[in-house]
Design a protein around this ligand. Structure first.
Ligand SMILES: Cc1cc2nc3c(=O)[nH]c(=O)nc-3n(C[C@H](O)[C@H](O)[C@H](O)COP(=O)(O)OP(=O)(O)OC[C@H]3O[C@@H](n4cnc5c(N)ncnc54)[C@H](O)[C@@H]3O)c2cc1C
Length: 380
């Protein structure tokens, strides 16, 4: 059933999409698309934030609303979807844990698309094993000095405000990490963009003794991992929603194409092999959407079981989307691989969500641990 919240958000995306699409190529290769970001800031980005920072909500965005927005934008324009989502991922640690001064200085600009946000956790030797990060933060007067390198950071090196996770206790693993809000362009900061399969700028960030005042610590010192995980709890189901949107676009294109494409004296859609493939694609998408919405509802209501549900939603939706897009390419034949075809774009963009915000293998480990924990509850 489509709720009124869902149809209102879909209508809002529909009224903005032509303008967003017109701005798709308005930045040089490998640079942040600021015109696109600004256009998102007019009506869509405010739906990610509370009114206290220029958004439309009383409080934080609900996970359900985030999922609806991400699915719809993912269906219509993956590049705009990613640009929108990164504003949330980079800014929510600040919203949840930042001082009033930092929140008010940065979040209104993030919400209206005049400042780009980024979330910087990954390092060369710390990807899935994020607790292994080594970027150091050492006390210096009324602040901290940060040194080290972050890699594969979306929106780096062009972002205006970063949430950066750095080590404040070398011997305490995940309990020795602190989150900081760090404006881009400070003395000692540098970086470079990678040439990657991604619809947005992504690169590395080097900090060489960069000074960050105490007021820019997010949450408690040595509790930065909690800040990261709290943000990912909100965003993980919505990565699944993005994948569902891309899969739906692939299915829609395939239904329309096989309805009129002729071969061997009939339409493709009349071949049973095609019918069954379409059925499996539709089934996978519907199941993925239900898992995503269930995880989002779990976050919104505070029910137990969020970690497992989010992992299931992200894993199933991103893996299903990969399969659906691949099947869609197959059912189109060669034409799908021409540059500029909707499936050529989807074939590129559908891959990365199986890797970021927790790989598929990591999600499986999370699910398995949760299942064994339930067994433990049953036997005790
Ligand atoms: C497009 C894109 C955007 C990104 N944006 C950001 C960003 O904005 N901020 C940020 O901080 N990071 C970002 N990343 C980095 C991303 O979070 C990491 O790539 C991810 O955490 C995986 O780390 P890794 O690439 O080092 O792979 P590794 O951790 O080295 O994993 C390699 C392989 O080993 C497997 N593996 C690892 N550990 C286990 C395990 N315990 N059990 C089973 N298998 C395992 C993995 O599943 C994977 O298949 C982005 C990545 C991409 C591709």
């Amino acid at each position: 059933m489509i709720t009124s919240q869902e149809s209102n958000l879909q209508a809002l995306v529909a009224t903005n999409i032509d303008n967003l699409r017109a701005l798709a190529n308005s930045a040089p290769e490998g640079r942040l698309n600021r015109p696109l970001l600004a256009a998102l800031g007019k009506e869509l980005l405010p739906h990610l934030f509370p009114s206290s920072v220029g958004g439309v909500h009383d409080n934080a965005v609900s996970s359900t609303e985030l999922c609806i927005l991400r699915e719809e934008l993912g269906r219509l324009m993956p590049a705009a979807e990613t640009t929108l989502a990164l504003q949330g991922l980079g800014a929510y640690p600040i919203l949840f844990e930042g001082s009033d001064q930092v929140v008010q200085e940065w979040l209104p600009k993030v919400a209206n698309g005049t400042a780009a946000a980024a979330f910087a956790l990954t390092e060369t030797e710390a990807g899935s094993d994020a607790a292994a990060i080594t970027m150091s933060a050492t006390r210096d007067g009324d602040g901290w000095r940060l040194s080290g390198k972050k890699v594969f950071i979306s929106n780096a090196p062009d972002a205006d405000i970063y949430t950066i996770f750095a080590r404040t206790d070398p011997d305490a693993g995940s309990r020795g990490v602190t989150a900081f809000a760090v404006p881009g362009g400070l003395e000692g900061m540098s970086g470079q963009a990678y040439d990657m399969v991604a619809p947005h700028v992504i690169g590395e960030l080097i900090l060489d003794n960069v000074f960050v005042p105490n007021s820019h610590v997010l949450g408690e010192v040595n509790r930065g991992f909690r800040v990261a995980m709290g943000t990912l709890d909100l965003f993980r189901p919505s990565v699944g929603a993005y994948a569902v949107g891309m899969a739906q676009a692939a299915l829609d294109a395939t239904v329309s194409y096989t309805d009129h494409r002729r071969a061997f004296g009939g339409r493709l859609r009349d071949l049973q092999a095609v019918e069954h493939k379409i059925a499996d694609m539709a089934l996978g998408i519907e199941a993925a959407r239900l898992l995503v919405r269930s995880a989002a509802a779990c976050y919104d209501t505070g029910e137990d079981g969020l970690t497992k549900k989010s992992a299931m939603a992200k894993l199933f939706a991103t893996e299903t989307a990969q399969r659906v897009v691949d099947d869609a390419v197959q059912l189109h034949g060669a034409i799908a691989l021409r540059k500029g075809h909707v499936l050529e774009e989807l074939y590129r963009e559908v891959r990365a969500p199986r890797i970021y915000e927790g790989t598929s293998e990591v999600q499986r480990s999370i699910i398995s641990r949760a299942v064994y924990a339930q067994l433990q509850d049953l036997v005790t």
